[in-house]
Design a binder for this molecule. Structure first.
Ligand SMILES: O=C(O)[C@@H](CO)OP(=O)(O)O
Length: 228
């Protein structure tokens, strides 16, 4: 049996301000920093340690993992960062307040943009300052990989190669792994690991900064999962 820990980053400033975030590189809020510390303390209390960490290219996740590993005195472990674990790219909604967007477009449409795995939020153009092609951290991505908008299905398509190639590889080498990601990149991963259908994944919402333990069998099928 292998244990895998998944954790969504601590609360960000835009979580607090109730804004669509996506790939915007927003920092943790003071509460988010505390959540990351508490997560580390909880893992310590339960005797967890890790050989390898994985996270996105966004500072709210990078910092959460760093703070948590600091609590475990495990800052020395290798951490792989990949754009494939980034939050879902929220297109033209990035930066907008969620309540104001509901007032403008209606609750039903906004809920579809947020949770329907096949609904694309409105796209940006390549001229938009939010286009990741303007950001040097994404300079090695091909034009096809640079998103203008993403739904959960498309997010899943770019998360899974990283899961299958890098994370699974580490688990198979008996490494104890922690993955710090985002609400929707983790929902995509959990949809895959737990074989959730579109309806089931709609109901899934992850809290910020709470470690979720997956116990996996030899074939990396889920035995059980629980929040610490
Ligand atoms: O804004 C976002 O990027 C995400 C996560 O905070 O929001 P939602 O819950 O709407 O997917």
């Amino acid at each position: 049996m292998q244990k895998l820990v998944l954790i969504r980053h601590g609360e960000s400033i835009w979580n607090q301000e109730n804004r669509f975030t996506g790939w915007t590189d927003v920092d943790l809020s003071p509460e988010g920093v505390e959540q990351a510390k508490r997560a580390g303390q909880l893992l310590l209390k339960h005797g967890y340690n890790f050989d390898e960490g994985f996270t996105s290219l966004l500072k709210r996740s990078i910092k959460t993992l760093h703070i948590l590993l600091e609590e475990l005195d495990h800052l020395w472990i290798p951490v792989q960062k990949s754009w494939r674990l980034n939050e879902r790219f929220y297109g033209a909604l990035q930066g907008l307040n969620k309540d104001e967007t509901i007032a403008q477009y209606g609750a039903e449409q906004v809920q579809k943009w947020r949770r329907d795995p096949n609904e694309f939020p409105p796209a940006i153009t390549k001229e938009d300052p939010r286009y990741p092609g303007h950001d040097i951290r994404y300079k090695n991505l091909t034009e096809r990989e640079l998103p203008l908008t993403e739904n959960l299905s498309v997010t899943m398509d770019r998360v899974l190669p990283f899961w299958n190639e890098s994370i699974v590889d580490a688990i198979r080498k008996n490494q104890k792994v922690i993955v710090c990601g985002h609400g929707n990149s983790l929902r995509a991963l959990i949809k895959y690991i737990d074989h959730l259908n579109d309806e089931e994944v709609t109901q899934l919402d992850l809290p910020t900064g709470v470690p979720m333990v997956y116990e996996l069998d030899e074939g990396l099928n889920r035995i059980r999962h629980y929040y610490l």
